[in-house]
Design a protein around this ligand. Sequence first.
Ligand code: DP6
Length: 359
Amino acid sequence: MIEKDFVPKPYTNTVESGTVSWASPSNIALVKYWGKKAHQIPENTSISFTLNHCKTETKISFKKKAATNDFSFDVFLEGEKEDDFKPKIETFFKRIETYLPFLKHYYFKIETSNTFPHSSGIASSASGMSALALCLLSIEKQLGADLSEENFTKKASFLARLGSGSACRSLEGPIVVWGAHYEIKGSSNLYGVTYTGAVHESFKNYRDTILLIDKGEKQVSSTVGHNLMYNHPFAQERFKQAETNITALKHILEQGDLDEFIALVEREALTLHAMMMTSMPYFILMKPNTLEVIHKIWEYRKATNSKVCFTLDAGANVHMLYPDSEAQNVLKFIETELAGYCQNKHYINDSVGLGASAL
Ligand code: DP6
């Protein structure tokens, strides 16, 4: 599908008011998206595990109004009016108006909450933007838009991408690919698709424990971060490497080779940080405790032959990925040896999940 396929035909129904609500999960990238072109087009393919428990729940109450030249909405986070979110949503609305031409005809009350603590440092843009996209699309459906179930998910992902790139990987699960890759049938730069290649038993119900090393505000916004890849001396090599890693991961997922999985996932995480450390301006987003934890994980792996590995977002928190069969042992290791490195000993246990759901 191309962009213009997402522009709807004239609506057939009139709706005065209503409410819609969706829960949408966060996701953790194995091969990272870092660098984009205009219109939220990624420089490379990325692939992620969808999470089960870290979710944003969003309800929109909408009411018809006289069409003006402005968008009209209010945002509430956990019941409190949150005007700080408005500019990002305004930008999102501007980007998607062509695809949802009813946006200026309604007032929207957007009420949102996260199942994970807001101040945890967990990026909520993926879950938040995908939940918002789903709510808006549900309204479009009420207006009579002709959307099959498959096209509904595709368009939700297409819209979510325009809010935040990684959000387009949060609609479905357990594994989602975004970015056209010649070895992944149906993959697109415009939306995420469920990975349909063979996946070995070892990856079923894979676990992710998020160690909250630093709950502070993000040091570098993702927009600034992605921009650092323009004119980055290593950018082109990095984009090529990501494509190669997608091919490699395809085989790893099929074969269930956990040692290869560890090597690829950890290298991807460190490459992401290496890009930030070598851009201009440069950033170090890891904290001393991030490194402490990484070394502990490596020691534990050596001592026990565990298949636990780490990955990182654009921040200091550590995601620990491990097979379900190791859950008991790894959780004990976390509690006794790693919790002390987390702010207020705080960590979140999650696992790979199936995607968004209507509420
Ligand atoms: C490091 O999706 O937050 O998490 O498109 O500017 O909203 P925008 O960026 P965003 O970038 C996330 C980057 C990452 C890696 C990833 O999730 O692939």
